[in-house]
Design a protein around this ligand. Structure first.
Ligand SMILES: N[C@@H](CCC(=O)N[C@@H](CS)C(=O)NCC(=O)O)C(=O)O
Length: 124
């Protein structure tokens, strides 16, 4: 019985995972920059500060404030191999966490500066 209960209501049933993965991908696709965050997380706050400083528009999903937050976090792990927040995407491309964003700000990515990446994505 408890197995059935867990199966039906856990945040990691195949159906919930599938829905979470679809939703995460939709958020990534629809936002020039997408940040999956937790509202109390200092690394997330730093990422928001960086993006605000660059005047970039970004979508924000606070995982700790959403019912499906755990499922979305699990889906992101499956999609990117990253479990921590912030989990940042620019132009649908996975950037990584706050320290990865800081590296891109400092050094660019490939042959592009952060401003070029943000401009191409339509975030500035
Ligand atoms: N090196 C990572 C550190 C991120 C990190 O440790 N985030 C914490 C929250 S402040 C986290 O995701 N903990 C696991 C969790 O909340 O599930 C970065 O720069 O983004």
């Amino acid at each position: 019985m408890s197995f059935i209960f867990r199966r039906l209501f856990s945040s990691s049933t195949p159906a919930t995972m599938d829905a979470a993965q679809k939703k995460a991908q939709q958020l990534i696709d629809e936002n020039a920059v997408m940040v999956f965050s937790k509202s109390y997380c200092p690394y997330c706050n730093n990422t928001k500060r960086i993006l605000d400083g660059l005047k970039a528009k970004y979508g924000l999903y606070e995982l700790n404030q959403e019912k499906d937050g755990d499922a979305i976090q699990a889906a992101l792990l499956k999609m990117t191999g990253q479990r921590t927040v912030p989990n940042v995407f620019i132009g649908k491309e996975h950037i990584g966490g706050n320290s990865d964003l800081e590296t891109v700000v400092r050094e660019g990515k490939g042959d592009k500066s952060i401003q070029e990446l943000l401009r191409e994505a339509g975030a500035i």
